[in-house]
Design a binder for this molecule. Structure first.
Ligand SMILES: [Zn+2]
Length: 248
C-alpha cells in the first residue's frame, strides 16, 4: 500500500508537470486508524519509503477538536501521534488538514500540490470564480460539480480549521465529499479513493485552470449552467466512465 502512495507522489512531483518544486506539496494515504503522510522537507519526485511517516488520527483530531494553539501542546500531540516515536522524520506542517479530510470525507488518498496553472488563478481576483464554476463537462465529471474554496489562512491548525468547516458545508449541501479544494494564495487539494483518481483530478483541474486563463484572456469565461452540471454529473454513462478512470 505504501508503494502505491510512493508511486503517486513521484508522479505528482515530476518536474515537467509543473505541480511542485523543491519540498512543496504533500500526499497521504489512510489505512484504518493510521495514515501515512509525506515527511517535512521531502521532495516529491524522488521520494522513497523513508520519506513518509505513519501517524495515528486520535491525537491530531483531538488538537483540532479542542482548538489548542499552544506550540508545546501541538509538538507533544505530533510526537504522540507518530506510530514509531523513535523515527527522526517529522510529518508535513499540513498534517492537520490531511488528518481532518481523511477522517471526515471517507477518502483513502489525498494529493496536495501547488501547480503553476492553478496558483496563478489562486493568486488573482478570479480565484473564487474559478473554484465555484465549471467550464466543460469533463471538469464537472472528474472535479465534481463545484470545488471548495478556502480564503488564505496560515498553514497548520488555522488552515485545517478553515478547510474542515467549508468542506462540512459542502458535504451538507451535496451529500458527498468534494473532489477538489482550492486554497487562495496557496494551492490545490485532490481527494480520492485511489492514486489514479488523485492523478486524474489534479490533471483535470490543471487543464481547467489553463482553459479558464485562456478564456479570460480572450474575453469573459462562459460557464456551464447549474442544471447542465447537475445533469452531466449524475448521468449513468458518465458515472460509468468516472468509475473506469478511478480504477487502478
Ligand atoms: Zn501547501
Amino acid at each position: 500500500m505504501l508503494d502505491s502512495l510512493i508511486e503517486m507522489t513521484c508522479a505528482l512531483g515530476q518536474p515537467q508537470m509543473d505541480y511542485v518544486v523543491v519540498g512543496e506539496g504533500n500526499t497521504s494515504f489512510r489505512d484504518d486508524d493510521v495514515f501515512w503522510i509525506k515527511a517535512s522537507g521531502q521532495g516529491m519526485n524522488n521520494i522513497a519509503a523513508e520519506g513518509f511517516v505513519a501517524m495515528r488520527f486520535a491525537p491530531i483530531l483531538d488538537l483540532l477538536d479542542h482548538s489548542h494553539t499552544d506550540s508545546t501542546r501541538i509538538q507533544d500531540a505530533m510526537m504522540a501521534a507518530k506510530v514509531e516515536p523513535s523515527t527522526p522524520q517529522r510529518p508535513s506542517v499540513e498534517v492537520t488538514f490531511h488528518a481532518a479530510l481523511l477522517a471526515d470525507c471517507n477518502v483513502k488518498y489525498i494529493g496536495h500540490t501547488h501547480p503553476i496553472a492553478v496558483n496563478r488563478l489562486m493568486c488573482s481576483t478570479r480565484a473564487e470564480q474559478f473554484a465555484l464554476n465549471r467550464l466543460f463537462p469533463d471538469e464537472a465529471v472528474l472535479c465534481g460539480p463545484r470545488s471548495v474554496f478556502v480564503p488564505y489562512l496560515d498553514p497548520g491548525l488555522p488552515l485545517a480549521h478553515g478547510i474542515r468547516q467549508r468542506v462540512g458545508n459542502y458535504m451538507d449541501e451535496f451529500g458527498e465529499a468534494p473532489k477538489v479544494i482550492l486554497l487562495a494564495n496557496h494551492g490545490l487539494i485532490a481527494l480520492g479513493q485511489t492514486p489514479a483518481e488523485i492523478l486524474n483530478v489534479t490533471a483535470m483541474c490543471v487543464k481547467a485552470a489553463h482553459i479558464f486563463a485562456g478564456a479570460c484572456a480572450v474575453g469573459e469565461p462562459v460557464f456551464m449552467s447549474q442544471a447542465d452540471i447537475a445533469h452531466i454529473y449524475k448521468r449513468p454513462d458518465e458515472i460509468y466512465r468516472r468509475a473506469r478512470f478511478v480504477q487502478k
